[in-house]
Write a protein that binds this ligand. Sequence first.
Ligand code: SAH
Length: 293
Amino acid sequence: MLSYRHGFHAGNFADVFKHIVLAEVADYFTQKPKPFVFFDTHAGEGFYHLSSEFAQKTGEFTEGIIPLLKKQAEFTEIPSTIARYIDFQKNLVENYGLYGGSSLVVSAFSRTMDEAVLCELHPTSVEILKNNVDEIKDAFASEDFLYGNIGKIHVHKRDGYECLQALTPPKSPLPTRGFAFIDPSYEVDSDFENVHQTVAATAKKWNGTIVVWYPVLERKKAKIENLIASLQTSVADGELLQTEFHIPKSDGMTGSGMFMVNPPYLIEEKIENDGNFLCKIYSGSTFNIRTLP
Ligand code: SAH
């Protein structure tokens, strides 16, 4: 079932947290002079129009990216990755009415030697993604923090779970080091099993970082706990890091969660700083991070 459209939720608090964590991973991968490949298994549309009927219907971005852009001015010390993320989204929001999704965030942190493989199955979303990739490359090529920054973007109308398993460990002509982001909507139960199977199989044959997003949602809590517990046994060799950001809300999605296999060196401290900073922006919010045994 492919009814989910990320446009309803783009730029909400869950996106802000997930994209900042993702940006930390991308930032780490740029510290070595060798190129990386980024696999975005559930790429969505690349960027989203905040004036679209989708975004306007829920208004979720008004409680996510907007308060961050507004309140950041009150702080003199902002963690460096968040400062870069803010710079980049501020330009998009204020000058173009857009919010940049996962592939755009990663490309903002990339270099021309790096590459991205974007998978999207929804027939409309994949067409929009293709157009957005082209459009932004042409229109914003002069601004060095947009898609123009990354060397090559490969867009596939393809099952992201299958694609990641088929293309890892990455072989030439792709860069051979890199990281993957798995960002399903979990609206169908098969996502839980697919995430488990894909992460377990991929981690067995590849030492790249695998980042997975999940919603903190009462009615999915047991399934999420199960997924993480089963991964703890099947990825015994890789370190597993888990982090959650919670907002004060009594129902629906109350938090944004991520776990990471083979987390980059020292990333825990950086995410901890980021999470603590975000708690100052969103009043009443809480944050935690831990390495799982
Ligand atoms: N990562 C995006 C948001 C993705 S939303 C961002 O951060 O901006 C999840 C997307 O996954 C939806 O667009 C949905 O159409 C797509 N999708 C669902 N199942 C998929 C699958 N098996 N393979 C690839 N894409 C899938």
